[in-house]
Design a protein around this ligand. Sequence first.
Ligand SMILES: *Cc1c(COP(=O)(O)O)cnc(C)c1O
Length: 403
Amino acid sequence: MNVNANVNGEALRQRFEAGMMHNYGTPPLALARGEGSRVWDLDGNRYLDLIAGIAVSALGHAHPSIVKAVTDQVGKIAHTSNLFLHEPGVLLAEKLRSLLHQDARVFFCNSGTEANEAALKVVRRKQGQQRPVIVAADHSFHGRTMGALAITGKESIRAPFAPFGFDVRWVEYGDADALHKAVDDKVAAVFLEPTQGEGGVIPAPAGYLEEARQACDNAGALLVLDEIQSGIGRTGAWFAHQAEGVTPDVMTLAKGLGGGLPIGATIGFGECGAALVAGDHGSTFGGNPVACAAALAVIDTIEKENILGNVKAVGETLANGIAAIDHPLLSGVRGSGLWLGAVLTEPKAPAVNTAARQAGFLVNAVQPDVVRIAPPLILTQAEAAEFIGAFPAILSKAQEPEA
Ligand SMILES: *Cc1c(COP(=O)(O)O)cnc(C)c1O
């Protein structure tokens, strides 16, 4: 079957509903192409992309360095399986180790949830069977497969699929005392996001990760930081934990790592890097040469073009610009780098999302009262200013009765 150049968005939506499972609500928009931080829909409308495929397209769309890396690699060898070595995979592991300045080893997979599944296996291997409990936080998100879902603190998506394979002890995110109480000698590991992304871009309170490290050390538990959304420059640091001066035992990555190509990574620090032995885990596609080549291009480009500096500078412009807006629907803004939650005074995030789209901006209603902004890390000052200028009218539109 050919891709029809004349297909329109509405026709594609109908075919989507007929042919695909209904695990997603049908998206309102079909995207056809992108360039930098702009995307075009099938009907030819242009948008400023402030969500980047859920914090994934770190270099925006069709970035020449990714296009070249992927094209070159697919023209050499696209897939080897784990039966054979390939250079892009080893190079990427070495690159990640050098960014971490730590003794660490890497396992590659294809997605965030898989990275957390591998982290769970590292934890079980390292801690044995005598510590059956995992501590996880309310409102956390760690993925949709059965292990990662078990530690995801959102009842509505977890409960229909229970029971799960291990005991989970829930703590309120950000409450260090609760964490100290919860982590005892039955606990194998604590899983935390440095900022809760799907929860609504909720940063950990100052010192919380340090307390988590301390609680784990006191009880002999492992600290697993899920940096799937926060990693690879999103907050302005390579990894969010680096800005906190806290080293985890295990870290998971995905989203921004491949710049749009599917890749995840589980990184074990120190002894956790050696916990898995031959035969313990695997993935046929994981760390495939094309995805690794894309990830190398992402990291090289961030380094060469000082994109972390851009994240800090443009992130500050966006956060300050939104904070300065005086509007009855807007209560404030939180987050760091190019990763912000605009918090509303009413649960009208879906209406803001729609009004933004109609005004030519793609954002995300991450919670009923939180609008997530996670643009490409290459967003320019001018593009940020464009959104700040348009946001008050978008908020007003969202407050109209029919919205
Ligand atoms: C997106 C996300 C995941 C899951 O990643 P998938 O690639 O969708 O499986 C896990 N943890 C965090 C913090 C995420 O943001």
